[in-house]
Every structure is written in C-alpha cells, then in structure tokens.
Design a protein around this ligand. Structure first.
Ligand code: G6P
Length: 608
C-alpha cells in the first residue's frame, strides 16, 4: 500500500527521500509528497498527483534543500487520488504527518476536531492525525508525547511518522498493524515502510514491533514499547541485494522477473534436494517436528499466492493429506472448525499482506498445531510472527503482477508436499521421481521461455478483445485462474477462469466469435473430457488458444495451439503458468498499459 520514507542527516535528504519513494512506488502510486525542514527551520511541502517522477520534477524546479524530511507515496483508500489528498498532511505549519494504514474512527475524530475549529483540506483519514498532533503540540507536549497521546486515540492500522518545527531535531514514528523499519546510518538515521527504500543508504535495520514508538534523531534512536518502557530492539543486517532492483536490459520489471524464473527456481531448490532425495534437515528441526504432527493443512493467502495454495491442495490430496484453501479476507472473519492436527500455512510474496497477517494472528486461538509461512521476504512480519517459515528465494519482485514469486511458491509447496508424503508412506522410488522432476524444472522453464515469439503473435488476437475465458481442470484450474488474473491485472481485459467441466453451467452463454478461450491442456487422465468441453466452445464460434504438451487435434480452424515439450506431470502446473504470464505481458504491451504498475493496484496490500 502506501509507502513511507524519512531521513534526518547532516546533508540534503531530498534525494534520499525521492529515491526511497521511487523504490517504494510498487506499494502504491496515485500521488506522492514530501515535507522537509528548510533552511529557515520551517516545513516546506511538495505534493503531486501521479507518479514519484512528477513529484521529483516539482522538487527539481525549486532550490529547496532540507536536512530532515518525511515523504510518502499513496494508494488511495479514503479520498480520491488528488493532490489535496496526497501526504504529508499538515496542520497549519505546525506539524507534518505521513501515514500508511486506515484509521477506523476518523469520522468521530474529524467531528470533534472540526468542533475545535480545525479546518480540513482533504478527505483523508490521515488529516485527523495531523490536527490531533497540532492540538497536543499546542498544549505544550513534545513531539514524542504528542505521538504517544495521538496513537492512544486511534483505532485501526497504522504506521506513521511526524515532524514539527516546534520540536525540530527529530522524527517520531509509531506503528500498529502496518510495518515500519528504522535504518541506521553514521550520524544520520532513516525510517521507511520497508527496507527496500533505504538499501542505498544503509543495510542495518531495526524492525519496530506492534505499539512501538521511536524518536529518530541524527545521533541515535530511542524506542519505547506499547507500555511506554524504553526498549532495545535487535539490529539486523539486511540480506537483500541492491542489484536485484535494477531492470537491466528488460523493458519492464515483469519481463525481467518472468525470465529470472529458471534461476530463482534453482535457488529455491538449492540445498533442499540432492541425488533424488529431499534434504528435509534443510527445513530446520522445528519445521520437521511440526510436519510430523500434521494431519491436515489449512492454507490462507491472497491474490496470486492464493492460487499457489489452490494448486498445492491438489498435490497434497494426491498424497493423502487433507487440505483446505481460503482467501485470507474471508477466512479471518469466518467461524472455522479446525480439524485435529491442522497446520496453518500462510503463503505470501511480501509477508506484509494485511489480511493474511490478520488471519495468522487470529489463528492463535483456533487450535492449530502451529503456523508455517511460505514467504519471499526474510525480514517480513509473516516470517517474524509464524512459528516456522519456508523461504522462497525469488529475490525482490517489483512488478505488481506476481510471476517469479508464484512459481517459486509452487516449488516450495511441492517440497513441503514431498515431506508430508514421506509421512504417508512415499517410497524412495516415488520420491526420486518427484525430486528429479523438480531438478529438471529450471530447464523446462527455459524451453518454454524460448516460445516467447510465438506467444507474442498469439497476443495480437487479444489486444482488441474485451473479455477472455481461461479453462483448466484439476490443478490446471488454479493455473487458469492465475492466467486470467495476470491478463486482467495488466491488460485490463476482463478475464475469468472456469473449471472446463463447468462451462455448460453458465459461461458457455458468453461464448461467441469475440470471446477468446485459453486452455492449459496437459496430456493427463482428464484430457478427453477437456477436449469435449473445447468442442462445445468451437461449436459456438469461440476462438481457442491452447497450450499443450502433445499434438492437439481438435479440427481445422478457430484455434491456435502451442506445444510445450518434455513436461513432467508433477511440475506441469508450474511450467504451464509461464506461457500464460508471457501472454498477459505481450497483450498488455500491445495495449500500451503500465505493465509494472497497473492502475488502481498495489504490490503489497497492507490495509484491509
Ligand atoms: C496484491 C498483489 C498481488 C499479490 C497479492 C498478495 O494484490 O498485487 O500480486 O499476489 O497482493 O500478496 P502477497 O505479498 O501476500 O503474496
């Protein structure tokens, strides 16, 4: 969602703040703003509608510099994308505030503050924080005391940072439900929503805990816990690489990330398989002990990660492990009946998705034997708060539409499946087959990537379409769901996925010559049934776009097919996802949309 950056230093912090915002832009990008303490000690604010580049132009046109500042990139929740709603929000010239999250009692606070004479200039929930802060500062409180008092009045989720000319040599921050890190430098310190924003200035980070309040000065940082006691939090060295966040020769991050898949799949397998065996010890003792007790699995996730969970359900059930999968926003509000011996598995690229995190937190009282997260960001909240974690090694994913995170999640889930299957009597021969399939996966993905030119040609038939249907059966139904999600996210074509057998119960009514129908068609026991479903589409004039691992013979016209070679059944859902990613990418390219940052979406959804 929104991204926060702040800095206090002996140099001009504007370039640091703007670069940090650009690195956080994947979180949200409808508007951006920055407030710095200028040479006269006052607050100078710049705000702009649109991307950080627009804000940067505005700042570059001025000669303002500042040695303390806070900045923000916004993804609208309360109030339309507009300059007046962009952060930082100020109360007169007294205080500037940036905020990520949602203040649920903002209406009540707004009424009270309006009654006290405060004039609101935005529709945001954040502006109440600025005026509440001003109220406290007016009453003689320090910036730190004001933040503590204000936080006590807020209901909801937030990470916020405040600065004020009245108590000028510090930035005060607090968090509750939204992430916030402090970056430590030499004679300068920083704050941000995530470490990525600050990797060019530091690698040393403190992750604030729920309810922490911190005073960040040039010469140090003082942290208080929710009870107001001064505390020391561990300093962690980030393992994230700065090089990872370069686009390199690719036109878009998404394309780069699609092509990184052979490499990151190998990375995710590294040290975890060897000579046809799963090296379970590499999961860590606590994880294997938890798997020993696991009789049933509940998977909870959002978006693309949810689709990875749905594929895993087919895999786990094949080896006799019961599995339920649910989107986190539904799961967290449902009264669930947890079968005995259930393990909660959350799946998340970012590890910060608010609904997934809330589901994990709520699970404590539900009787699970423990929680495991399959996650891509080592320092994330989900990793820190789960009992055990299984890290994917996709590297930083910037494109909002997830690609390499998805396929590495599937690899991780396949490894977990093998571990659980061992407990269900998997023979060494069966294990060897499964492990060898994984071992040859990077090469199979490479071969599919070589088909990009053909997929690009297929894409031309989609660029003037308004709808598309994606079909699949078995584990290829969630693959179809993921393909449809990719297409709608970045090309804005309405795309829906259906289990092929369900076609005749409704969606067939939509099929005519303007409706492209995409289908993953592996040579598996359901093949004949899917072929019959496809004949139903052709009979209604629908044009078929087929991906298969064998020669398809489905008639003479109205279909295009692409054959993927040498695919193994166990890993086929991973391989089949690749052409669907490429298809979405090339359609979006033809339509001229913003591939990496599609409208209205954010990479990491840290609000409910
Ligand atoms: C957002 C992103 C998706 C992602 C989903 C879940 O909607 O745009 O790409 O799949 O969040 O995010 P997570 O980080 O939990 O996997």
């Amino acid at each position: 969602m929104c991204g926060i950056v702040g800095a206090i230093a002996d140099r001009n912090v504007l370039p640091i703040l703007l670069e940090g915002l650009q690195r956080l832009e994947y979180r949200g990008y409808d508007s951006a703003g920055v407030a710095v303490r200028d040479a006269k000690g006052g607050l100078k604010r710049f705000r702009a509608l649109g991307k950080v580049a627009v804000l940067k132009e505005l700042v570059d046109q001025s000669d303002v510099t500042g040695d303390l500042g806070i900045a923000h990139t916004r993804w609208a929740t309360h109030g339309a994308p507009a300059e007046r709603n962009a952060h930082p929000h100020m109360s007169g010239v007294k205080v500037a505030v940036v905020h990520n999250g949602i203040i649920e009692n903002h209406n009540e606070l707004r009424d009270r503050l309006t009654g006290h004479g405060y004039v609101f200039t935005s529709e945001t929930d954040t502006e109440v924080i600025a005026h509440l802060m001003a109220d406290k500062l007016e009453a003689g409180k320090s910036l730190l005391a004001a933040v503590v008092d204000v936080a006590a009045e807020l209901e909801g989720a937030y990470a916020l940072a405040a600065s004020s000319p009245e108590d000028h040599d510090r930035i005060v921050v607090t968090r509750e439900g939204s992430p916030l890190v402090i970056g430590l430098g030499e004679g300068e310190n920083f704050i941000a929503s995530d470490v990525m924003a600050l990797l060019s200035v530091t690698r040393r980070f403190i992750f604030l805990e729920e309810g922490d309040v911190a005073e960040v000065r040039r010469d140090g940082v003082t942290i208080y816990n929710a009870a107001g006691e001064e505390v020391t939090r561990e300093i962690k060295e980030s393992a994230l690489s700065n090089a990872n966040i370069d686009k390199g020769p690719y036109a878009h991050y998404m394309l780069k990330e699609i092509y990184e898949q052979p490499g990151v799949i190998s990375e995710t397998l590294e040290g975890r398989i060897h000579k046809g065996r799963l090296l379970e010890a590499s999961f860590g003792h606590e994880t294997t002990a938890l798997l020993d007790k696991t009789k049933h699995v509940q998977i909870v996730a959002c978006g693309t990660s949810y689709h990875a969970g749905l594929v895993a359900k087919y895999w786990l059930e094949e080896v006799g492990v019961g599995c339920s999968v649910e989107v986190a926003s539904e799961y967290r509000y449902r009264k669930v009946v947890v079968p005995e011996g259930s393990l909660l598995i959350t799946i998340s690229q970012s590890g910060e998705t608010a609904d997934t995190l809330a589901a994990l937190r709520d699970s404590c009282s539900k009787g699970y034997i423990g929680s495991l997260t399959v996650c891509n960001v080592p320092e994330s909240s989900l990793v820190r708060e789960s009992d055990v974690c299984f890290m994917t090694r996709a590297g930083t994913e910037i494109g909002v539409a997830s690609t390499k995170a998805f396929t590495t999640q599937l690899v991780a889930l396949r490894l977990l499946m093998i571990a659980l299957a061992r407990r269900k009597g998997l023979t060494p021969e069966e294990e060897e087959t499964m492990v060898n399939e994984l071992h040859s996966l990077p090469r199979q993905v490479e071969v599919v990537l070589e088909l990009a030119d053909k997929i690009q040609i297929m894409a031309e038939d989609f660029s003037d379409k308004h709808n598309a249907l994606f079909l699949g059966r078995g584990a290829f139904y969630p693959v179809a769901m993921e393909g449809a999600l990719k297409l709608k996210e970045i090309s804005y074509i309405h795309a829906e996925a259906y289990p092929a057998g369900e076609l005749k119960h409704g969606p067939l009514a939509l099929v005519d010559e303007t409706m492209p129908v995409v289908c993953a068609l592996p040579d598996d026991p359901l093949l004949e049934k899917v072929l019959s479903n496809l004949q139903e589409v052709r009979a209604r004039g629908g044009e078929l776009f087929l991906f298969s691992d064998h020669k398809v013979n489905i008639g003479l016209d109205r279909y295009q097919s692409l054959t993927l070679a040498d695919i193994y059944p166990g890993t086929a859902p991973i391989v089949y996802s690749i052409p669907l990613q490429l298809l979405a990418y090339h359609v979006a390219l033809l339509k001229g949309t913003d591939v990496d940052q599609p409208r209205n979406l954010a990479k990491s959804v840290t609000v409910e």
